[in-house]
Write a protein that binds this ligand. Structure first.
Ligand code: 5RP
Length: 294
């Protein structure tokens, strides 16, 4: 007030009006122009310091039944929750197994249909109100590019993105790879790009040779699935290479919950994703923590 009172005649004072203020870019690739709710939810799933995430996937039962390591959800999952940045699961597993007090962001499995007993990927989608009720930070939808149910699963993604953006819930496009598909950079780039262009906020796919090409041709963040169980050191190598090639994290299931020591394994994966540990150091960490866990 004193300054204003002190102004005389047409004396000009600079209040910063009209001077463009440089806005800090959002930390995740391709999401700068998204709205506040999407960014807020993505910032729960991804660590803003590292720009990465360790998602724990245990949605396998919806199509595999009680798969190895997940026979007892109530015993397998709770010890792992503290070490995950986010939980990816079905609504059934969430209500029955995850205490709401865990306070972890959830990526809710949003599509479901056929199981391993018939042909996979003939899926429908849930109701968006269920995702809101479950306080989902993201919703995950299977997309089968090149598969028998390609059109149906792409339509599922399109509808999911329409609903997701209505409520600012990010959409994870999950690239389903049928037995007939070759998991190479050409195929996975196509599948990931189809997900992104049809509205996925982020994409989950598999690691492959030339993975940099998959990352570079996808305009939004990519997280990798672990795939079938590997020896622990090889699974850590997979994480290491994926992160070094530009993956924004992992959404890993079997290589964690089927490990000889799941609690040690998820911490070693965290070491690679968030602390840039080498494979040897992460593997040593796994071995040390395994001994302590006994
Ligand atoms: C299945 C999924 C799984 O969540 C995904 O495959 C991750 O688990 P894993 O690391 O065991 O491959 O999306 O449709």
């Amino acid at each position: 007030m004193a300054d204003l009172e002190g102004m005389k005649g047409n004396e000009k004072k600079d209040y910063g009006i009209g001077i463009p203020v440089k806005k800090e870019a959002y930390f995740l690739k391709g999401l700068d122009h998204y709205d506040w709710g999407i960014k807020d939810r993505m910032s729960r799933i991804f660590n803003a310091e590292t720009g990465r995430t360790v998602m724990l996937a245990f949605d396998h039962g919806y199509l595999m039944g009680p798969t190895s390591g997940l026979e007892r959800l109530d015993l397998a999952i709770p010890p792992l929750i503290p070490y995950a940045d986010s939980l990816m699961c079905t609504r059934g597993a969430l209500r029955s197994t995850v205490p709401p007090t865990a306070n972890k962001p959830v990526c809710l499995r949003y599509s479901s249909g056929t199981t391993v007993l018939t042909e996979l990927n003939d899926e429908c989608i849930l109701d968006i109100e269920e995702a809101v009720r479950m306080n989902a930070s993201a919703i995950a939808i299977m997309v089968s590019v090149g598969g028998t149910y390609e059109a149906k699963t792409v339509e599922n993604l399109v509808r999911t993105a329409d609903y997701g953006y209505k409520y600012s819930i990010p959409v994870l496009g999950v690239t389903a790879v049928g037995k007939e598909m070759v998991r190479d950079a050409r195929y996975l780039s196509t599948a990931s790009r189809v997900c992104a262009e049809n509205g996925a906020t982020f994409v989950k796919t598999y690691y492959c040779d030339d993975f940099v090409k998959v990352v570079n041709s996808c305009p939004v963040p990519i997280v990798i699935a672990g795939g079938k169980k590997l020896p622990e050191k090889e699974a850590l190598e997979l994480c290491y290479h994926a992160i070094n090639d530009g993956a924004a994290g992992v959404d890993m299931g079997r290589n964690v919950f089927q490990s000889d020591c799941p609690v040690a394994m998820i911490q070693a994966v965290r070491g690679i994703v968030h602390q840039n540990l080498t494979v040897d150091r992460a593997y040593q960490m796994y071995k040390d923590l395994s001994v302590q866990a006994k």
